[in-house]
Write a protein that binds this ligand. Sequence first.
Ligand code: MN
Length: 435
Amino acid sequence: MTALRWGAATDVGRVRTNNEDSLLVESPVFAVADGMGGPAAGEVASAIAVATLKATFAADHSRDALADAVRRANDAIFDRAREDPALRGMGTTLTAVALVEEDEDDVLAVVNVGDSRAYRMRDGELEQLTDDHSLVEEMVRTGRLTPDEASIHPQRHILTRALGVQPDVEVDCFGVTPFVGDRYLLASDGLMNEVADHEIASILRRHHDPDDAAHELVHLARTNGGSDNITVVVVDVVDDDDRAARASAAVAATPVAPRPVERDIAVAAKPPQPEPRAPEAVESATPPARRPRRITVKSVVFVLALLLVLAGALAAIGFYARGAYYVGIDDATVVIYQGRPGGLLWFKPTVKQRTDLGEADVPPAYVDDVRAGKEESSLAAARAYVRNLRQAAATTPPAGADPGATSTTTGTGTGTPGQPGGTPTPTPTTASQIP
Ligand code: MN
Protein backbone atom coordinates (compact mmCIF):
# COMPACT_ATOMS: atom_id res chain seq x y z
CA MET A 1 0.00 0.00 0.00
CA THR A 2 1.39 3.39 -1.01
CA ALA A 3 1.14 5.95 1.77
CA LEU A 4 1.03 9.69 1.24
CA ARG A 5 1.53 12.77 3.37
CA TRP A 6 0.49 16.20 2.15
CA GLY A 7 0.18 19.89 2.83
CA ALA A 8 -1.42 22.83 1.02
CA ALA A 9 -1.66 26.60 1.06
CA THR A 10 -3.50 29.22 -0.95
CA ASP A 11 -3.38 32.99 -0.86
CA VAL A 12 -5.10 35.85 -2.70
CA GLY A 13 -1.72 37.54 -3.27
CA ARG A 14 -1.00 41.23 -2.85
CA VAL A 15 -2.78 42.69 -5.88
CA ARG A 16 -6.05 40.84 -6.53
CA THR A 17 -9.10 41.27 -4.31
CA ASN A 18 -10.54 37.76 -4.91
CA ASN A 19 -8.93 34.36 -4.77
CA GLU A 20 -10.16 32.62 -7.95
CA ASP A 21 -7.97 29.56 -7.33
CA SER A 22 -9.46 26.41 -5.79
CA LEU A 23 -7.69 23.38 -4.39
CA LEU A 24 -8.64 19.82 -3.56
CA VAL A 25 -6.92 17.81 -0.85
CA GLU A 26 -8.93 14.59 -0.51
CA SER A 27 -6.36 11.81 -0.40
CA PRO A 28 -5.83 9.97 -2.68
CA VAL A 29 -6.79 12.81 -5.06
CA PHE A 30 -5.20 16.26 -5.06
CA ALA A 31 -5.82 19.20 -7.40
CA VAL A 32 -5.33 22.89 -8.06
CA ALA A 33 -7.60 24.95 -10.33
CA ASP A 34 -6.99 28.54 -11.44
CA GLY A 35 -10.25 30.19 -12.44
CA MET A 36 -10.64 33.08 -14.86
CA GLY A 37 -13.36 35.15 -16.42
CA GLY A 38 -13.72 38.20 -14.25
CA PRO A 39 -14.80 38.80 -10.67
CA ALA A 40 -16.92 35.98 -9.19
CA ALA A 41 -16.95 33.92 -12.42
CA GLY A 42 -13.40 32.61 -12.03
CA GLU A 43 -14.11 31.48 -8.49
CA VAL A 44 -17.23 29.64 -9.63
CA ALA A 45 -15.39 27.87 -12.47
CA SER A 46 -12.50 26.62 -10.32
CA ALA A 47 -14.88 25.57 -7.51
CA ILE A 48 -17.06 23.56 -9.93
CA ALA A 49 -13.91 21.92 -11.32
CA VAL A 50 -12.64 20.59 -7.97
CA ALA A 51 -16.13 19.65 -6.73
CA THR A 52 -16.87 17.65 -9.90
CA LEU A 53 -13.45 16.01 -9.74
CA LYS A 54 -14.00 14.99 -6.13
CA ALA A 55 -17.49 13.58 -6.71
CA THR A 56 -16.66 11.71 -9.92
CA PHE A 57 -13.39 10.26 -8.71
CA ALA A 58 -14.89 9.10 -5.41
CA ALA A 59 -17.09 6.64 -7.31
CA ASP A 60 -14.25 5.02 -9.29
CA HIS A 61 -10.54 5.08 -8.44
CA SER A 62 -8.98 4.61 -11.86
CA ARG A 63 -6.91 6.62 -14.30
CA ASP A 64 -9.75 6.66 -16.83
CA ALA A 65 -12.15 7.85 -14.14
CA LEU A 66 -9.81 10.72 -13.34
CA ALA A 67 -9.64 11.86 -16.98
CA ASP A 68 -13.40 11.39 -17.24
CA ALA A 69 -13.88 13.52 -14.13
CA VAL A 70 -11.99 16.35 -15.85
CA ARG A 71 -14.24 16.11 -18.91
CA ARG A 72 -17.32 16.15 -16.65
CA ALA A 73 -15.97 19.24 -14.93
CA ASN A 74 -15.67 20.83 -18.38
CA ASP A 75 -19.32 20.02 -19.13
CA ALA A 76 -20.50 21.32 -15.75
CA ILE A 77 -18.68 24.66 -16.13
CA PHE A 78 -19.69 25.05 -19.78
CA ASP A 79 -23.38 24.40 -18.97
CA ARG A 80 -23.35 26.73 -15.99
CA ALA A 81 -21.78 29.53 -18.05
CA ARG A 82 -24.45 29.09 -20.70
CA GLU A 83 -27.28 29.30 -18.13
CA ASP A 84 -26.02 32.36 -16.30
CA PRO A 85 -25.10 35.42 -18.39
CA ALA A 86 -23.04 36.82 -15.48
CA LEU A 87 -20.76 33.79 -15.74
CA ARG A 88 -20.40 33.75 -19.51
CA GLY A 89 -16.79 33.22 -20.62
CA MET A 90 -15.62 31.75 -17.35
CA GLY A 91 -13.08 28.96 -17.40
CA THR A 92 -10.43 27.33 -15.29
CA THR A 93 -7.22 25.35 -15.38
CA LEU A 94 -7.13 22.01 -13.60
CA THR A 95 -4.08 20.00 -12.61
CA ALA A 96 -4.60 16.90 -10.48
CA VAL A 97 -2.80 13.80 -9.26
CA ALA A 98 -4.48 10.72 -7.81
CA LEU A 99 -3.30 7.37 -6.57
CA VAL A 100 -4.97 4.65 -8.63
CA GLU A 101 -4.54 0.89 -8.85
CA GLU A 102 -3.38 -0.66 -12.11
CA ASP A 103 -2.37 -4.31 -12.53
CA GLU A 104 -2.42 -4.73 -8.74
CA ASP A 105 0.12 -1.96 -8.27
CA ASP A 106 -0.30 1.69 -7.29
CA VAL A 107 0.18 4.32 -9.97
CA LEU A 108 0.02 8.08 -9.59
CA ALA A 109 -2.25 9.34 -12.35
CA VAL A 110 -1.68 12.92 -13.51
CA VAL A 111 -4.21 15.02 -15.46
CA ASN A 112 -3.81 18.54 -16.77
CA VAL A 113 -5.63 21.24 -18.72
CA GLY A 114 -4.24 24.79 -18.79
CA ASP A 115 -1.11 26.30 -17.28
CA SER A 116 -1.15 25.17 -13.67
CA ARG A 117 1.62 22.62 -13.18
CA ALA A 118 2.57 19.32 -11.61
CA TYR A 119 6.21 18.82 -10.67
CA ARG A 120 8.05 15.90 -9.13
CA MET A 121 11.09 16.14 -6.90
CA ARG A 122 13.08 12.90 -6.89
CA ASP A 123 16.60 12.58 -5.45
CA GLY A 124 16.69 16.36 -4.99
CA GLU A 125 15.98 17.10 -8.66
CA LEU A 126 12.83 19.02 -9.61
CA GLU A 127 11.13 18.02 -12.85
CA GLN A 128 8.04 19.53 -14.47
CA LEU A 129 5.67 16.69 -15.33
CA THR A 130 2.92 18.56 -17.16
CA ASP A 131 2.96 20.63 -20.36
CA ASP A 132 1.47 24.13 -20.16
CA HIS A 133 -1.37 24.75 -22.57
CA SER A 134 -0.47 28.36 -23.20
CA LEU A 135 0.35 30.21 -26.40
CA VAL A 136 3.96 30.91 -25.48
CA GLU A 137 4.70 27.39 -24.20
CA GLU A 138 3.42 25.98 -27.48
CA MET A 139 5.72 28.42 -29.28
CA VAL A 140 8.59 27.11 -27.10
CA ARG A 141 7.68 23.51 -27.95
CA THR A 142 7.73 24.31 -31.68
CA GLY A 143 11.03 26.22 -31.30
CA ARG A 144 9.66 29.70 -32.02
CA LEU A 145 10.52 31.06 -28.56
CA THR A 146 13.21 30.20 -26.02
CA PRO A 147 12.09 29.37 -22.45
CA ASP A 148 13.68 32.63 -21.26
CA GLU A 149 11.72 34.64 -23.82
CA ALA A 150 8.56 32.79 -22.83
CA SER A 151 8.96 33.57 -19.13
CA ILE A 152 8.82 37.35 -19.79
CA HIS A 153 6.49 37.26 -22.81
CA PRO A 154 3.60 39.77 -22.49
CA GLN A 155 1.16 37.14 -23.78
CA ARG A 156 2.30 34.33 -21.49
CA HIS A 157 -1.09 34.26 -19.74
CA ILE A 158 -3.06 33.41 -22.87
CA LEU A 159 -4.26 29.82 -22.63
CA THR A 160 -4.81 27.52 -25.58
CA ARG A 161 -6.79 25.05 -23.45
CA ALA A 162 -9.02 25.58 -20.42
CA LEU A 163 -12.02 23.91 -18.81
CA GLY A 164 -15.48 25.28 -19.49
CA VAL A 165 -14.88 27.41 -22.59
CA GLN A 166 -15.64 24.79 -25.28
CA PRO A 167 -18.18 21.94 -25.32
CA ASP A 168 -15.29 19.44 -25.45
CA VAL A 169 -11.81 19.50 -24.01
CA GLU A 170 -8.64 17.53 -24.65
CA VAL A 171 -7.21 16.24 -21.37
CA ASP A 172 -3.54 15.35 -20.85
CA CYS A 173 -3.45 12.17 -18.78
CA PHE A 174 -0.53 9.92 -17.84
CA GLY A 175 0.74 7.78 -15.00
CA VAL A 176 3.96 7.83 -12.99
CA THR A 177 5.24 5.22 -10.55
CA PRO A 178 5.39 6.58 -7.01
CA PHE A 179 8.57 5.78 -5.07
CA VAL A 180 9.15 6.43 -1.40
CA GLY A 181 10.88 9.83 -1.05
CA ASP A 182 9.16 11.32 -4.11
CA ARG A 183 7.60 14.72 -3.55
CA TYR A 184 4.89 15.98 -5.90
CA LEU A 185 3.99 19.66 -6.25
CA LEU A 186 0.83 21.11 -7.78
CA ALA A 187 0.76 24.87 -8.25
CA SER A 188 -1.15 27.64 -9.98
CA ASP A 189 0.84 30.11 -12.11
CA GLY A 190 0.81 32.62 -9.26
CA LEU A 191 3.70 30.59 -7.85
CA MET A 192 5.74 30.10 -11.05
CA ASN A 193 5.39 33.75 -12.08
CA GLU A 194 7.03 34.91 -8.85
CA VAL A 195 9.39 32.08 -7.87
CA ALA A 196 11.98 30.55 -10.20
CA ASP A 197 12.17 26.76 -10.51
CA HIS A 198 15.53 26.57 -8.72
CA GLU A 199 14.08 28.51 -5.74
CA ILE A 200 11.05 26.21 -5.70
CA ALA A 201 13.42 23.23 -5.67
CA SER A 202 15.50 24.65 -2.85
CA ILE A 203 12.43 25.25 -0.64
CA LEU A 204 11.14 21.74 -1.36
CA ARG A 205 14.54 20.34 -0.35
CA ARG A 206 14.75 22.45 2.81
CA HIS A 207 11.36 21.69 4.39
CA HIS A 208 10.75 18.14 5.44
CA ASP A 209 7.11 18.76 6.36
CA PRO A 210 4.93 19.11 3.22
CA ASP A 211 2.67 21.68 4.85
CA ASP A 212 5.68 23.81 5.84
CA ALA A 213 6.99 23.57 2.28
CA ALA A 214 3.61 24.63 0.82
CA HIS A 215 3.33 27.63 3.15
CA GLU A 216 6.92 28.70 2.53
CA LEU A 217 6.37 28.60 -1.26
CA VAL A 218 3.24 30.76 -0.98
CA HIS A 219 5.05 33.12 1.39
CA LEU A 220 7.93 33.60 -1.07
CA ALA A 221 5.54 34.20 -4.01
CA ARG A 222 3.86 36.93 -1.93
CA THR A 223 7.21 38.43 -0.96
CA ASN A 224 8.32 38.48 -4.61
CA GLY A 225 5.26 40.46 -5.70
CA GLY A 226 2.15 38.32 -5.27
CA SER A 227 0.62 39.75 -8.44
CA ASP A 228 -1.76 36.78 -8.79
CA ASN A 229 -3.53 34.25 -6.57
CA ILE A 230 -1.11 31.57 -5.35
CA THR A 231 -2.08 27.95 -4.67
CA VAL A 232 0.26 25.10 -3.77
CA VAL A 233 -0.29 21.45 -2.88
CA VAL A 234 2.65 19.27 -1.80
CA VAL A 235 2.25 15.48 -1.68
CA ASP A 236 4.96 13.17 -0.30
CA VAL A 237 5.22 9.43 -0.90
CA VAL A 238 6.14 8.16 2.58
CA ASP A 239 5.69 4.45 1.96
CA ASP A 240 5.65 2.56 -1.31
CA ASP A 241 5.30 -1.05 -0.14
CA ASP A 242 9.04 -1.56 -0.85
CA ARG A 243 8.57 -0.70 -4.51
CA ALA A 244 11.74 1.46 -4.50
CA ALA A 245 13.71 -1.23 -2.65
CA ARG A 246 12.56 -3.88 -5.11
CA ALA A 247 13.45 -1.64 -8.03
CA SER A 248 16.99 -1.02 -6.77
CA ALA A 249 17.38 -4.71 -5.92
CA ALA A 250 16.50 -5.45 -9.52
CA VAL A 251 19.12 -2.95 -10.67
CA ALA A 252 21.74 -4.45 -8.32
CA ALA A 253 20.98 -7.96 -9.59
CA THR A 254 21.81 -7.06 -13.19
CA PRO A 255 25.23 -8.41 -14.34
CA VAL A 256 26.87 -4.99 -14.76
CA ALA A 257 26.38 -3.14 -11.49
CA PRO A 258 26.93 0.60 -12.11
CA ARG A 259 28.29 1.66 -8.70
CA PRO A 260 31.54 -0.34 -8.51
CA VAL A 261 32.42 0.88 -12.00
CA GLU A 262 32.06 4.50 -10.88
CA ARG A 263 34.32 3.88 -7.89
CA ASP A 264 36.97 2.25 -10.06
CA ILE A 265 37.05 5.31 -12.26
CA ALA A 266 37.33 7.61 -9.25
CA VAL A 267 40.26 5.63 -7.85
CA ALA A 268 42.01 5.55 -11.18
CA ALA A 269 41.62 9.33 -11.49
CA LYS A 270 43.61 9.87 -8.29
CA PRO A 271 47.15 10.94 -9.20
CA PRO A 272 49.83 8.49 -8.05
CA GLN A 273 51.52 9.73 -4.86
CA PRO A 274 54.70 8.70 -3.09
CA GLU A 275 53.59 6.56 -0.14
CA PRO A 276 56.18 6.35 2.66
CA ARG A 277 54.11 4.01 4.85
CA ALA A 278 53.06 1.52 2.24
CA PRO A 279 52.29 -1.48 4.53
CA GLU A 280 49.64 0.42 6.56
CA ALA A 281 48.03 1.86 3.44
CA VAL A 282 47.58 -1.61 2.05
CA GLU A 283 45.85 -2.70 5.26
CA SER A 284 43.20 0.05 5.01
CA ALA A 285 42.35 -0.65 1.42
CA THR A 286 38.73 0.55 1.23
CA PRO A 287 38.58 4.16 2.61
CA PRO A 288 40.81 5.90 0.00
CA ALA A 289 38.05 5.51 -2.57
CA ARG A 290 36.10 8.23 -0.72
CA ARG A 291 38.61 11.00 -1.10
CA PRO A 292 38.62 11.39 -4.87
CA ARG A 293 34.83 11.09 -4.86
CA ARG A 294 34.39 13.95 -2.43
CA ILE A 295 36.71 16.15 -4.46
CA THR A 296 34.73 15.26 -7.56
CA VAL A 297 31.42 16.23 -5.96
CA LYS A 298 32.90 19.50 -4.72
CA SER A 299 34.19 20.51 -8.11
CA VAL A 300 30.91 19.56 -9.75
CA VAL A 301 29.07 21.83 -7.29
CA PHE A 302 31.56 24.63 -8.01
CA VAL A 303 31.14 24.27 -11.77
CA LEU A 304 27.34 24.19 -11.36
CA ALA A 305 27.42 27.34 -9.24
CA LEU A 306 29.61 29.04 -11.84
CA LEU A 307 27.22 27.99 -14.60
CA LEU A 308 24.28 29.34 -12.58
CA VAL A 309 25.96 32.73 -12.22
CA LEU A 310 26.76 32.78 -15.94
CA ALA A 311 23.20 31.77 -16.81
CA GLY A 312 21.88 34.56 -14.58
CA ALA A 313 24.08 37.13 -16.29
CA LEU A 314 23.07 35.87 -19.72
CA ALA A 315 19.39 35.98 -18.77
CA ALA A 316 19.82 39.60 -17.67
CA ILE A 317 21.54 40.54 -20.94
CA GLY A 318 18.91 38.63 -22.87
CA PHE A 319 16.16 40.42 -20.98
CA TYR A 320 17.69 43.78 -21.91
CA ALA A 321 18.50 42.77 -25.49
CA ARG A 322 15.08 41.33 -26.25
CA GLY A 323 12.94 43.57 -24.04
CA ALA A 324 12.48 46.33 -26.60
CA TYR A 325 10.94 46.92 -29.98
CA TYR A 326 11.92 49.10 -32.90
CA VAL A 327 10.53 50.06 -36.26
CA GLY A 328 12.90 49.41 -39.15
CA ILE A 329 13.17 48.27 -42.74
CA ASP A 330 13.33 44.68 -43.92
CA ASP A 331 13.16 43.76 -47.58
CA ALA A 332 11.99 47.30 -48.54
CA THR A 333 9.06 46.99 -46.10
CA VAL A 334 8.47 48.72 -42.78
CA VAL A 335 8.53 46.10 -40.02
CA ILE A 336 8.46 45.99 -36.22
CA TYR A 337 11.45 44.22 -34.74
CA GLN A 338 11.77 42.78 -31.27
CA GLY A 339 15.23 43.50 -29.89
CA ARG A 340 17.75 46.33 -30.19
CA PRO A 341 18.88 47.77 -33.54
CA GLY A 342 21.98 45.87 -34.62
CA GLY A 343 21.46 43.30 -31.86
CA LEU A 344 23.42 42.80 -28.68
CA LEU A 345 25.98 40.00 -28.40
CA TRP A 346 24.23 37.05 -30.08
CA PHE A 347 20.72 38.29 -29.24
CA LYS A 348 19.70 39.32 -32.74
CA PRO A 349 16.54 41.31 -33.35
CA THR A 350 13.71 39.35 -34.95
CA VAL A 351 10.82 40.55 -37.07
CA LYS A 352 7.78 40.74 -34.77
CA GLN A 353 5.32 42.10 -37.29
CA ARG A 354 5.41 43.07 -40.98
CA THR A 355 3.35 46.04 -42.11
CA ASP A 356 1.83 46.94 -45.46
CA LEU A 357 3.97 50.09 -45.61
CA GLY A 358 6.79 49.99 -48.18
CA GLU A 359 10.11 51.77 -47.58
CA ALA A 360 9.12 54.14 -50.42
CA ASP A 361 5.92 55.11 -48.55
CA VAL A 362 7.85 56.45 -45.56
CA PRO A 363 7.65 60.27 -45.55
CA PRO A 364 11.09 61.91 -46.00
CA ALA A 365 11.01 63.40 -42.50
CA TYR A 366 10.94 59.89 -41.01
CA VAL A 367 13.20 58.04 -43.43
CA ASP A 368 16.46 58.48 -41.47
CA ASP A 369 14.87 57.41 -38.18
CA VAL A 370 13.26 54.32 -39.65
CA ARG A 371 16.40 53.28 -41.56
CA ALA A 372 18.45 53.57 -38.36
CA GLY A 373 15.77 51.71 -36.37
CA LYS A 374 13.28 53.83 -34.39
CA GLU A 375 13.31 52.37 -30.85
CA GLU A 376 10.10 52.15 -28.82
CA SER A 377 9.60 50.82 -25.30
CA SER A 378 6.82 48.40 -26.15
CA LEU A 379 5.12 46.64 -29.02
CA ALA A 380 2.09 48.92 -28.57
CA ALA A 381 4.32 52.02 -28.85
CA ALA A 382 5.97 50.60 -31.97
CA ARG A 383 2.55 49.94 -33.52
CA ALA A 384 1.48 53.50 -32.65
CA TYR A 385 4.59 54.79 -34.41
CA VAL A 386 3.70 52.75 -37.52
CA ARG A 387 0.16 54.17 -37.36
CA ASN A 388 1.68 57.64 -37.36
CA LEU A 389 3.87 56.77 -40.32
CA ARG A 390 0.83 55.59 -42.22
CA GLN A 391 -1.09 58.76 -41.32
CA ALA A 392 1.83 60.93 -42.34
CA ALA A 393 2.27 58.97 -45.58
CA ALA A 394 -1.39 59.54 -46.42
CA THR A 395 -0.95 63.31 -46.18
CA THR A 396 2.47 63.43 -47.89
CA PRO A 397 3.21 62.75 -51.54
CA PRO A 398 5.99 60.21 -52.15
CA ALA A 399 9.55 61.50 -51.64
CA GLY A 400 10.79 63.71 -54.51
CA ALA A 401 7.37 64.26 -56.11
CA ASP A 402 7.06 67.80 -54.76
CA PRO A 403 9.87 69.00 -52.49
CA GLY A 404 7.75 71.84 -51.15
CA ALA A 405 5.03 69.54 -49.84
CA THR A 406 7.16 67.79 -47.22
CA SER A 407 6.40 70.57 -44.74
CA THR A 408 2.89 69.15 -44.30
CA THR A 409 4.32 66.21 -42.36
CA THR A 410 5.43 68.41 -39.47
CA GLY A 411 1.88 68.66 -38.15
CA THR A 412 1.49 64.93 -37.55
CA GLY A 413 3.98 64.76 -34.73
CA THR A 414 6.20 61.89 -33.67
CA GLY A 415 5.40 58.36 -32.63
CA THR A 416 3.67 58.90 -29.32
CA PRO A 417 1.11 56.24 -28.47
CA GLY A 418 -2.51 57.16 -28.00
CA GLN A 419 -2.82 59.70 -30.79
CA PRO A 420 -6.42 59.97 -31.94
CA GLY A 421 -7.59 59.10 -35.43
CA GLY A 422 -5.59 57.29 -38.06
CA THR A 423 -6.38 54.23 -40.08
CA PRO A 424 -6.73 50.90 -38.24
CA THR A 425 -3.60 48.79 -37.91
CA PRO A 426 -3.66 45.72 -40.15
CA THR A 427 -4.04 42.35 -38.46
CA PRO A 428 -0.67 41.22 -37.06
CA THR A 429 0.90 38.19 -38.70
CA THR A 430 1.71 36.80 -35.28
CA ALA A 431 -1.21 35.03 -33.64
CA SER A 432 -2.20 36.74 -30.43
CA GLN A 433 -5.53 35.19 -29.65
CA ILE A 434 -6.89 31.86 -28.55
CA PRO A 435 -7.37 29.85 -31.72
MN1 MN B 1 -3.34 32.51 -12.01
